[in-house]
Ligand binder design. Structure first.
Ligand SMILES: *Cc1c(COP(=O)(O)O)cnc(C)c1O
Length: 392
């Protein structure tokens, strides 16, 4: 008999009843060190007092407000994002997937309004992940996500990750509207796009007059040690998808865009009942106040350096289990020699949470405010897990 929850997830046998910072706690008091942060969502850990206060204060005032009216917390958050980024304008969503939908619509509408309605194709890359909606799975294009769900939304051109020649010729095609890419692939196995390639993408987009869309749903909001990952490359996209960390655990996403890229999105062309609701935006404001701060981000970078250095040691100490460390900032992957799901399971037994990704990688996406002592403790537990795997 089918379970009462649609069985689309293979769930680990773990049931947490409480979270505190970088810790997840089961009913019997067993404490797990959480290096997954809900897949980069709980960017300030669990039950952060400032976020809890922002949420409860808003909850006592008004929960839901239609976008037919002004939502002060939404305006404040949009202003903060515009001030802190390349963007001139923001649309709020409830998820990364919903941000993907708008990014695709925005790019197509841009060219439609410019009198080039055939420019609808969007170039994407193997190993990418853009959500599970019809546009999201068609964008990523992997068989794993698309099989059985056809007919797929047309208009995506799939290239191999790193295929420079293919990209140069694909971008020159007359029907191309945009290039869509994650500056650091998350689900694909923590694969950063080198800074010079991000610069090259910007140049290519400019050369052909097409739009550059970054999916920073996983790598954004301080994750790599800059507010947004593309900042390391010194370039900016035309459109950017954000979600996960921006809500610190409350469902919140956003599409950020330049005035030019957003020019097709006039009144009535798009909407969302819950997008930008007062509760989500109250938390988003609290997240931005903490994360969009140079002192905070420099501390993230310091701790990320410490974490990476210790992970290099872990890999060296466990050569049968791990192959290499990769990633950027607090978005790190351990490429495994053992089977990644075995390492994740051994982590559970050692009371530490990591997240599997493609390419036989385990992901470490800790809260950005994980402490030095917790990083040390994480190494002890990961080492125990690795030894358990190595000893079969
Ligand atoms: C998680 C993720 C999405 C989808 O976000 P949801 O909130 O799950 O809809 C899209 N893109 C990337 C890069 C992601 O990591």
């Amino acid at each position: 008999m089918i379970s009462s929850i649609l069985p689309t997830y293979n769930r680990a046998p773990l049931t947490f009843v409480k979270g505190e910072g970088s810790w997840l706690i089961e009913a019997d008091g067993r404490r797990f060190l959480d290096l997954g942060a809900g897949i980069a969502v709980n960017c300030l850990g669990h039950a952060h007092p400032g976020l809890t206060a922002a949420l409860t204060e808003q909850a006592g005032q008004v929960w839901h407000m239609s976008n037919l009216y002004n939502i002060p917390a939404q305006k404040t958050l949009a202003d903060k994002l515009v001030d802190a980024t390349f963007a001139d304008t923001v649309f709020f969503t409830n998820s990364g997937t919903e941000a993907c939908e708008l990014a695709v619509k925005m790019a197509r509408k841009y060219f439609y309004d410019k009198g080039q309605p055939d420019k609808t194709d969007i170039i994407t890359f193997s190993g990418s992940f853009h959500g599970r909606s019809s546009a999201g799975i068609a964008a990523a294009g992997s068989e794993k996500m698309t099989k059985g769900f056809g007919p797929l939304l047309p208009g995506f051109v799939h290239l191999e990750f790193g295929d420079h020649d293919g990209l140069t010729s694909a971008a020159a095609e007359p029907n191309v509207a945009a290039i869509l890419i994650e500056p650091v692939q998350g689900e694909g196995g923590i694969r950063p796009v080198p800074d010079q390639c991000l610069k090259g993408l910007r140049d290519l987009a400019d050369e052909h007059g097409i739009l550059l869309i970054f999916d920073e749903v996983q790598c954004g909001v301080g994750r790599t040690g800059k507010l947004f990952a593309h900042e390391w490359a010194g370039i900016a996209p035309d459109i950017m998808m954000v979600a996960k960390g921006i809500g610190g655990g409350f469902p919140l996403g956003a599409v950020l865009a330049t005035e030019n890229a957003a020019s097709g999105m006039t009144a009535g062309t798009h909407g969302s009942t819950y997008g930008g609701n007062p509760l989500g935006c109250a938390v988003g404001n609290a997240v931005m106040d903490i994360v969009a701060d140079d002192a905070f981000l420099s501390d993230v970078n310091r701790r990320a350096g410490l974490l990476r250095q210790k992970l290099e040691g872990l890999v060296a100490d466990n050569p049968d289990v791990f192959e290499a460390v990769r990633g950027s900032g607090m978005m790190l992957g351990l490429k495994c020699k053992a089977t990644n799901s075995d390492v994740v399971a051994a982590g559970y037994a050692a009371d530490v949470i990591t997240i599997p990704a493609a390419d036989n990688v385990i992901r470490l996406l800790p809260a950005l405010n994980i402490t030095d002592a917790e990083i040390d403790e994480a190494m002890t537990r990961l080492d125990k897990a690795a030894k358990a795997v190595a000893n079969g």
